[in-house]
Design a protein around this ligand. Structure first.
Ligand code: DGL
Length: 274
């Protein structure tokens, strides 16, 4: 096996494509391998143990395909599986490989955005109930107040291509009202799920103008650029060819159709089993 390989980006399904897009815009020179576990998505309502097992299988699969560095481009997997994989599994699998998540870089970015220190987080039930955002925000900014709102209907709306439809208006308004009702001082809202940027026009229209909405794609791209700068040994293990291959655990034609809609460009994909 060559001593360098593509950067792996993993998500339960299509949502991580918004993270991949942000990373590739910032770091177009590397090779990438995207894996969506579409056959078993959504992860957002699954138990800790199941999300951990599924994510570990995906990480192992990306390692087998040559990745030295894997980004969990999924908040639910980052919340429920990242720490265990980093602390328990990686030392046994291969000490030179790394797995990174999306929650920490997102939280790092809010410090320079919020003035009131009141942060709203929209996420899947799994992410919100894990309290990962609350804990990370409290670690970095002990004076901040965090309000997490679970949005169980937003991923299904996006997955079913209803993000632009009138049904989405109702469910966007519903969760925004819950958040604003809980804390009127919120001035920064994190879209803590990779699917939610697809609902951004409706979320933007539903929240007051002074509230900043933080999306993850650009932040994760910037954070990864910084990481590779600080870790030249890992940078050397990431191959540079500007390519991107897409893998899914579901039907490849179905994935290609949806992924093309997410990315606004044609995508071809291959089916794999985990
Ligand atoms: N991509 C997942 C996340 O960012 C949401 C989709 C799912 O529930 O599987 O949390």
């Amino acid at each position: 096996m060559p001593d360098c390989g593509p950067i792996g980006v993993f998500d339960s399904g299509y949502g991580g494509l918004t993270i991949l897009d942000g990373i590739r815009r910032r770091l177009p020179m590397y090779d990438y391998l995207y894996l969506g576990d579409n056959a078993r998505a959504p992860y957002g309502t699954r138990s800790f143990e199941v999300v951990y097992q599924f994510t570990l299988q995906a990480v192992r699969s990306l390692f087998t395909r040559g990745c030295r560095l894997v980004i969990l481009g999924c908040n639910t997997a980052s919340a429920k599986a990242l720490r265990t994989i980093q602390q328990r599994d990686l030392p046994q699998i291969d000490q030179t490989r790394r797995v990174l998540g999306v929650i920490r870089p997102t939280v790092e970015a809010v410090g320079s955005v919020s003035r009131t220190g009141h942060i709203g987080v929209f996420g899947t039930p799994g992410t919100i109930r894990s309290r990962s955002y609350d804990m990370e925000i409290a670690k970095l900014y002990p004076d901040f107040v965090t309000v997490g709102v679970e949005c169980p209907m937003w991923v299904p709306l996006v997955e079913n291509r209803e993000a632009d439809g009138p049904g989405a208006d109702y469910f966007v308004r519903k969760y925004v009202d819950i958040m604003l009702g809980a804390d009127r001082q919120i001035d920064t809202v994190l879209l803590g799920c990779t699917h939610y940027p697809l609902l951004l026009p409706k979320i933007r229209a539903a929240v007051p103008d002074h509230i900043r909405i933080v999306r993850q794609g650009e932040i994760v791209g910037e954070s990864l650029a910084d990481y590779l700068c600080r870790h030249p040994e890992m940078d050397a293990r990431c191959s540079r060819g500007g390519s991107c291959r897409y893998f899914t655990t579901e039907n490849s034609d179905k994935f290609a159709e949806m992924a093309s809609a997410f990315l606004s460009r044609p995508v071809t994909a291959s089916t794999i089993t985990l």
